[in-house]
Design a protein around this ligand. Sequence first.
Ligand code: UDX
Length: 435
Amino acid sequence: MNICVIGAGYVGLITALCFGKKGNTVICVEKNLDKLSMLNNGVPTIFEEGLDELLKESLNTDSVKFTDNLEMGIKSSDIIFIAVGTPTKDNWDVDIGQVEVVINLISPYINKYKVVVTKSTVPVGTQKYITSKLLENNVPKEYFDVVSNPEFLREGKAIYDFFHGDKIVLGSESQKALEVMRKLYEPFKIKMVLTNPETAELIKYTSNAMLSVKISFINEIANLCNKACADIDVIAYALGLDKRISPLFLKAGLGYGGSCFPKDTKALVKMSENYNCNLNIVKATVDVNEKQRVLPVDILLEHYKIIEGKTVGILGLTFKPDTDDIREAPSLYIIEKLLKNKVNIKAYDPMVTKEIKNIFPDITYCDGVYECLEDCDAMIICTEWNEFYSIDLCKVNEIMRESIIIDGRNILDIEKIKEANIKAYYSVGKGNIKN
Ligand code: UDX
């Protein structure tokens, strides 16, 4: 099939390449010329497993073209995917401004029947809005149908998820458009959920909210575990043995971050309020997460009483391992709160980007774990990067001014902590040790 994908961000780029790999002819339209030049030269614009190879293969086989020529992209395609950003405004409403701009730009080029698909996460009612906007722009009604097709791609595993996802959700009022989409996705052999637009739009938010609820729930229980001398990992394991609960998304830590969960939970709360409906559980989930992500600072304040002038080493800055993404990472909130308390900060992340240096220019960025921990009064593990699991705790005890460890991801072995004579160890629901 002939496909046009508008936007070469995380979602658009993966969508374009994966459809290309399945034998479609794809044009990916991107207005950022630097990004375009990188992609056309086979240079990945994001860090994603398998992207380098897939991008090069797509360029070699000519299955995907990257261009800023929207007219060419729209006129030569049967299916148009909109994959632009939909950020959350300060009042938690979703900003669909970029989608509106795209609709206005593509309207003049819809010269025969095309299926317009929203891949971006958009609030309930957006499909109706797009339809009315296209009609308002004088696109004949027989020239288009709109389909909602939300993505469920994890960063870092997005290519795998595209080919092996649990579900494909398609929402439309048009049977004709649903049939086109069903054919497009048939080779993927993934279960499809065909429904109306509003349901499809809401599935995306509900799915991310449900996973966020699990995380905030297990984090609240973890905080109770610390007080009740119980072990959160054992509790999560036992819960996970119950097939009705599933073992996934029960890892206690510093809460969820990234480009989706924080934004989508807030948007769902706001959306429900606009419908005069209260989603108390999702609201509480957001609230718990906002407290959880700065838990290490509260622990430090309780430990030291006064933390001004102390030096803290932060291990891990990204919102999860194996990504270069710092959006909504707990580390950002921890650093901000530590700086407010006049703490000196050293930080190390195996993938740290220039981006974070622009946000916090005045902290010391290090090239390795031990350089980061040298002369620190405390350390905080914010991200569970593989290399942090095997930190030499005896060496840590030697080089830190005071070996106060806050293990925000519960990755260190308590027996090894005891052997290394660490001064104090704080976990998230696995107990604390103080010498
Ligand atoms: C998520 C969804 O999984 C994906 O389906 C959606 O479309 C986009 O958002 P992503 O943001 O890449 O993907 O990250 P994910 O791996 O789901 O983790 C999200 C956050 O939850 C991370 O900050 C992670 O550290 C945290 N998390 C996850 C936990 O704290 N505990 C867990 O058990 C699982």
